[in-house]
Design a binder for this molecule. Structure first.
Ligand SMILES: [Zn+2]
Ligand SMILES: [Zn+2]
Length: 551
């Protein structure tokens, strides 16, 4: 682990609201990791931006009779507000249509061109004579040439995750007419130049997930295809050549460059040398598995193509998709839960708890299920953690007037409890460093279970010998839980912090304090109240009905 880090997550496309699926695979794991790194004392910054360009946005803004710039600025603000409400705490949230990104993208293109990685070629482009326009990407639908899935956009097969070279049985997505083919000159990025250097990078990077690496290596072995980076639309980063008037870059040429341009903008505004920081930091790009192709091939190849002027990623944590009640999330079929909608039902920490608890560090899909959500929140978050913290603090309040007592001699059980506290920061920290956030959260739950049982076993309410030790260790365990939970459940952690009688922000204390017995004898606790309210079955039935489920 380096002492600096830049964390990014896949850019939200400025074309609709954030839903639970987005949060689960990308933004939440990135936010938890950033908060963890900061507690560890790493100078970490989480930057993100809306992905503003491209055909789908142009199509939609045309439909709504808005200028595309007006359309994306609405979604930029809306996304940022929704993320903030969910406790996703970006250090900087910007946009791919920023002047800084446009300049940066054009500079990168010129460098790639000078280095011989760009060439021009006349291509046959779909043209709809009905709509009188060229039809890039999403303007064309058809069947995937690799897996035969039907009704796929020509720029990405959602079924197999590959980028089709040429879509089969094309149709204009605006009017449904079979488009004609017309000749036009496009610019290509020579991805083929990078087969060897990408293989070396994949081999040498120990932090990338092995299973993802393997199928990317298979793609490379089966032959890379040069990449058409030109689009004949008006909404994009203009290609900075006289011969390319009226043409813009394909969105996947410019959007991941916004990871760099956004970070640089943020850092330079703070008076930090952006490039120097980038190149001495751990670089994390959190993504969902649908954009592996772009992040393991295009992104590193483009950085290699400009002589790694900005270093390649160290981590590309890649996670599976969230399904909803066992079915694929689909906005068009109205099968999704909007983030804003969910946060009207429950606090952000409930969502954060559940979505991390079910979210392994792998490509496996995970499933949002209202019944499981209810069980997990009620029995784990409330029944375990909420119960222990409230019990330990409430007892101290009642029996010792909220003042931490001096511990007495330790018996074996006390020593075991003391050891649990002393080892938690390292054990949990190593899981977090390896991106096993679900296992980290489980570790905190096990810690809390242990202390619930410890408290029960010691029976401090009988006020026999050892009561003071039990109280001293239990409130310190509650303090450990608060700091350990902070990356996952920042609001709840802060509430415990205040109930423990601390002022200020919990994240001002470092990770090591999980194991440092912060609460000394004679410390006064704050006001105690229950941390969480139970999830009620009848509410859940209501939310299920809203989805069209009846039970
Ligand atoms: Zn396919
Ligand atoms: Zn048409």
């Amino acid at each position: 682990m380096r002492s600096k880090a830049i964390i990014t997550s896949a850019l939200p496309y400025a074309n609709g609201e954030i839903h639970l699926g987005h949060i689960a695979s990308t933004y939440l794991p990135a936010d938890v990791t950033t908060r963890f790194l900061k507690l560890k004392g790493v100078e970490a910054y989480y930057v993100c931006a809306t992905d503003d360009f491209g055909t789908p946005i142009l199509i939609q803004s045309e439909k709504e009779g808005k200028a595309p710039s007006e359309y994306v600025s609405f979604w930029n603000k809306r996304d940022f507000d929704d993320f903030t409400a969910a406790g996703i705490d970006f250090d900087f949230f910007y946009k791919t249509s920023s002047p800084e990104n446009i300049q940066f993208v054009q500079d990168v293109f010129k460098k790639l061109d000078t280095a011989g990685h760009i060439y021009q070629k006349e291509i046959i482009q779909f043209y709809c004579s009905n709509d009188k326009k060229f039809l890039p990407d999403r303007y064309v639908k058809g069947s995937c040439p690799y897996c035969n899935a039907t009704d796929q956009y020509s720029d990405l097969c959602e079924s197999c995750g590959r980028v089709p070279e040429e879509i089969v049985d094309p149709k204009c997505s605006i009017c449904g007419v079979t488009p004609k083919k017309e000749k036009i000159t496009h610019h290509f990025f020579k991805l083929k130049n990078f087969g060897d250097s990408l293989t070396i990078w994949l081999d040498e990077n120990e932090h990338l997930q092995k299973d993802v690496k393997k199928y990317v290596q298979n793609w490379i072995q089966s032959g890379l295809i040069d990449w058409d980076i030109t689009r004949d639309i008006t909404w994009g980063v203009p290609i900075p050549l006289d011969t390319a008037k009226g043409q813009v870059f394909y969105g996947w040429f410019d959007n991941h460059l916004a990871y760099i341009s956004t970070a640089i903008k943020f850092l330079e505004d703070k008076g930090i040398n952006g490039k120097e920081f980038w190149n001495s930091a751990d670089i994390y790009h959190f993504i969902g598995k649908d954009i592996v192709y772009h992040h393991y091939l295009f992104l590193p190849a483009m950085r290699l193509g400009i002589d790694s002027e900005y270093k390649l990623p160290d981590y590309i944590p890649t996670r599976g998709h969230l399904t909803l009640q066992g079915k694929k999330i689909s906005k068009s079929r109205n099968w999704y839960i909007g983030l804003r909608q969910f946060l009207e039902y429950y606090p952000a920490d409930y969502l954060r708890y559940y979505l991390i608890a079910i979210n392994p560090y792998s490509q496996d899909d995970l499933n949002f299920d209202w019944n499981e959500f209810t069980n997990r929140i009620n029995s784990e978050l409330i029944g375990n953690v909420g119960n222990f913290v409230n019990r330990a603090l409430g007892f101290t309040k009642k029996t010792f007037d909220g003042v931490i007592p001096e511990p007495e001699n330790y018996d074996d059980k006390d020593t075991e409890a003391e050891t649990k506290i002393k080892t938690l920061s390292d054990e949990l920290g190593s899981l977090m460093e390896q991106n096993h956030l679900d296992r980290g959260l489980k570790k905190i739950m096990e810690f809390s279970t242990f202390f619930n049982q410890y408290f029960q076993h010691k029976e401090p309410w009988k006020k026999g010998p050892g009561t003071r030790t039990c109280v001293f260790l239990s409130v310190n365990a509650a303090c450990s839980i608060a700091i350990a939970l902070y990356p996952f459940l920042p609001k709840s952690a802060q509430m415990i912090w205040e109930q423990l009688g601390f002022s200020g922000k919990i994240n001002e204390k470092g990770w090591a304090f999980i194991s440092n017995f912060l609460l000394e004898p004679n410390h006064h606790l704050g006001e105690i109240s229950p941390l969480f309210a139970k999830v009620e079955e009848e509410d859940i039935e209501k939310y299920k009905k809203q989805l069209g489920l009846s039970e």
